[in-house]
Design a protein around this ligand. Structure first.
Ligand code: MLT
Ligand code: MN
Ligand code: ZN
Length: 311
């Protein structure tokens, strides 16, 4: 039998919620209230993070959420196995410098040197406005590996059968970034992860504000799309009086409406389609709701904490 038949890229969803998680600690919105009281058919969600492996032993952590401690405890394959101090996490890849994607790095301070792959812009934020790298340097060594923003590829030594293609996406730097109001290439990226031996590809982008041509091209080549599921509508935060910003202002493309994520994904009939980074305000979280039904009808899945995807 061809050995490649046995090979799979494993994707573990550690956290499928957006910043704040679901329910959010201080939120009494329709969703948060009902999930707490047991009145909603749905799942609670921790904050946005996944891990990927081609051998079920050596893992790349993509984004480090504030909920990382519980996420790792719920995932035996990534836990210590050899010797007194150990981890399956061989490197960390960051998609941006947002709080929900980087605060968890502080929880990894007891580890060996941390190999962190991120853009120069993300590194800049994490050494200035939110100086996590500087803080970590007092506990463990941080090895920063700069990554491309033009879609070219790189590999990571401990993740032998995987190849990564990273590209800048239009977005905004976080509020604490020194260039918050002056967007730079690499503030936010999307990644294609290819298993070299099988050619299978995952496209991952938890923050996808608009579908640029290069993003569409990347999506067309992928076998699985794990994409921005933050909001159902453009004005969701405003309509529910939870915030003042539109989805676009926050760098997220909503699912519904003309040009929305459902319409985009409908153009990609061959890929498995999964939404991730789902905000607690999003009506799709209610599995008995009409928006949830519409997603299922379009062949779109919702990522959930603990979900495993084999590619
Ligand atoms: C976002 O992606 O917009 C974030 O989830 C916001 C946040 O973390 O506060
Ligand atoms: Mn976020
Ligand atoms: Zn809420």
């Amino acid at each position: 039998m061809d050995a490649s038949i046995l090979k799979t890229m494993k994707i573990k969803i550690l956290g499928s919620g957006a910043g704040g998680g679901f329910p959010q600690w201080n939120c009494n919105c329709n969703n948060c209230k009902r999930i707490r009281s047991g009145e909603m058919n749905g799942k609670t969600r921790t904050q946005s993070s996944i891990s990927v492996s081609s051998d079920n032993e050596n893992w790349l952590l993509i984004n480090a959420s504030p909920d990382i401690r519980a996420q790792l405890e719920a995932f035996p394959a990534i836990q210590p196995k050899h010797g007194l101090r150990d981890t399956g996490i061989k490197a960390v890849l960051l998609m941006d410098s947002q709080i929900d994607h980087t605060t968890g790095l502080l929880m990894l301070r007891e580890g060996k040197p941390l190999d962190i792959y991120c853009t120069e812009m993300v590194k800049q934020d994490l050494t200035t406005g939110f100086p996590v790298f500087n803080m970590l340097a007092h506990y463990c060594t941080v090895n920063h590996h700069p990554i491309p923003v033009d879609g070219s590829s790189f590999t990571i030594p401990a993740l032998t059968d995987l190849r990564f293609y990273t590209r800048a996406l239009k977005s905004k730097a976080p509020p604490y970034s020194p260039h918050r109001h002056d967007p730079h290439e690499g503030d936010n990226i999307g990644v294609v992860i290819e298993q070299i031996s099988t050619g299978k590809k995952l496209f991952y982008s938890p923050g996808l504000g608009e579908i640029e041509e290069h993003a569409m091209t990347a999506m067309q080549t992928a076998d699985c799309l794990l994409v921005d599921g933050t909001f159902w509508t453009e004005d969701e935060m405003i309509d529910q009086q939870l915030g003042k910003k539109t989805a676009a202002e926050m760098g997220h493309l909503p699912q519904s409406g003309h040009g929305g994520m459902i319409e985009i994904l409908n153009k990609l009939p061959n890929a498995r389609k999964i939404l991730i980074h789902i905000n607690n305000s999003n009506p799709i979280l209610d599995e008995d709701s009409e928006p949830h039904r519409q997603l299922l009808q379009a062949g779109i899945e919702l990522a959930y904490d603990g979900m495993e995807i084999d590619l």
